[in-house]
Design a protein around this ligand. Structure first.
Ligand code: SAM
Length: 407
């Protein structure tokens, strides 16, 4: 077995990422790479009882079957390299973002903001140079806007959909005597446009799917001078199929469903031990029940069950399955075929699902980079100078990419 390291040819993406003029080239090679390996990430892990790539990758499947534990990211990479002919990892490193360590305001300022959120906001503020007046898009209580007003001496207009967040944010701004005011708007109904017209720059920290793509499109229309966006939740969109923003994206080889977009933001679990244990139980129970329903209905298809309370899981497999059977009007079958043996089957299947997900998860970050590049290219095509960088460590937030654009 060869080991990874210097043996394979690495696409030198770190160089490409540090030069926005190469974003097109990077997008195209990433698109091709994702296309070539789409059978490995474009899978519904719950649905298939067999390996989803049984025919295409028999060597990888027999390796996976031999693994006692779920493989880690680096073992998956090694296995792909060993068992798929011609496989080359797509490695990319982000440039360290140059930033100014701006002085932080007095402690009372961060009161009520969770530690990690406060650190994300401080990191974001350090990395940008907004021009006043600044529009804060989908602001929540406008914590970012407050720090920008303090550190960059800019005036902030925060727009947000939830009236109570606007009220709370406005009150705090007044208490701190900051130049920040709020307007309650639904940006998806075009109600953010008036605010965009009177702004010179716009910032959006973790605005989900359609919220940040709407900002990009409307900011381009208005010819806004400066934009700083950290995208998140790409799957929160009204479209069943991803609608690429850039011309290059529209010509891409890969096409993404909402499920694929969910993969791009799937978290490696940071949950506590109890929560992780419950997650494992839930997965096994759902799959055990699924095996039972396939048998009683004689229909070999996955059946989606609604979400349930954690307390139901503590009552055991039988209680869970009875509840699930009721949800799907299958309770009459319970006396004919009891649930005996299906819990163990669920645990077996959950090990299988975890291995399938370990392989598809390997493609998570490349998919996210593809999506972020699509946003960057749209802005480039519209005349902006654009950079993509990491604004904080992934331990602070996994959604740590920052797109900065200036005209
Ligand atoms: C993930 S939060 C981010 C909040 C803030 N930027 C932060 O990082 O703390 C997204 C925010 O968008 C707001 N939002 C959702 N839909 C919206 C819409 N259609 N128009 C305006 N704001 C919206 C939500 O109420 C929420 O406060």
């Amino acid at each position: 077995m060869q080991t990874l390291g210097k043996l394979y040819k690495i696409l030198n993406t770190s160089k490409l990422l540090s030069h926005p003029s190469h974003y097109r080239e990077l997008f195209q090679s990433l698109d091709l790479w994702l296309f070539q390996h789409r059978h490995l990430w474009n899978v519904s892990s719950f649905h298939s009882i067999n390996w989803p790539w049984q025919m295409a990758e028999p060597n990888l499947c027999s390796w996976l079957s031999q693994q006692r534990n779920c493989p880690t990211e680096s073992t998956v990479e090694q296995a792909l390299y060993d068992h798929i002919k011609g496989f080359e990892p797509f490695i990319f490193e982000w440039e360290a973002l140059s930033y100014v360590d701006l002085s932080l305001p007095p402690n009372y300022f961060s009161a009520g903001i969770k530690g990690r959120k406060w650190e994300q906001i401080a990191a974001f503020s350090n990395c940008i140079e907004p021009l006043s007046p600044v529009l804060e898009w989908c602001a929540g209580k406008g914590h970012l806007g407050k720090l920008l007003a303090y550190q960059h001496d800019v005036s902030i207009h925060s727009v947000e959909w939830q009236a109570e967040l606007c009220e709370a944010g406005q009150k705090e701004a007044e208490q701190r005597q900051l130049s920040q005011h709020f307007t309650q708007v639904d940006v998806l109904k075009g109600e953010g446009k008036a605010a965009l017209k009177s702004a010179k720059s716009a910032v959006a920290l973790h605005a989900c799917g359609d919220l940040h793509t709407t900002l990009i499109e409307q900011a381009i229309e208005e010819g806004l001078a400066y934009l700083a966006i950290s995208p998140c939740c790409y799957h929160l969109t009204q479209y069943a199929q991803y609608q690429p923003l850039s011309k290059l994206g529209q010509q891409a080889r890969i096409q993404l469903s909402q499920e694929n977009l969910t993969l791009a933001v799937k978290q490696v679990s940071t949950a506590g031990r109890r929560e992780q244990r419950l997650k494992r139980i839930e997965l096994a129970y759902r799959l055990g029940f699924d095996s039972w329903q396939r048998k009683v209905t004689e229909n070999d298809c996955y059946l989606t069950i609604p979400s349930c309370s954690k307390s139901l899981l503590t009552e055991g497999f039988e209680v869970f399955s009875l509840w699930a059977a009721e949800q799907k009007a299958l309770q009459t079958y319970v006396s004919e075929i009891p649930f005996d043996g299906f819990e163990a089957l669920g645990y077996l299947r959950s090990e299988h699902v975890q291995k399938v997900e370990a392989v598809s998860q390997y493609f998570r970050r490349p998919l996210e980079l593809w999506l972020v590049l699509d946003r960057a290219l749209k802005l480039q095509e519209s005349g902006y100078h654009v950079t993509i960088e990491k604004f904080c460590d992934k331990a602070l937030t996994p959604r740590n990419l920052l797109v900065r654009a200036s005209l």
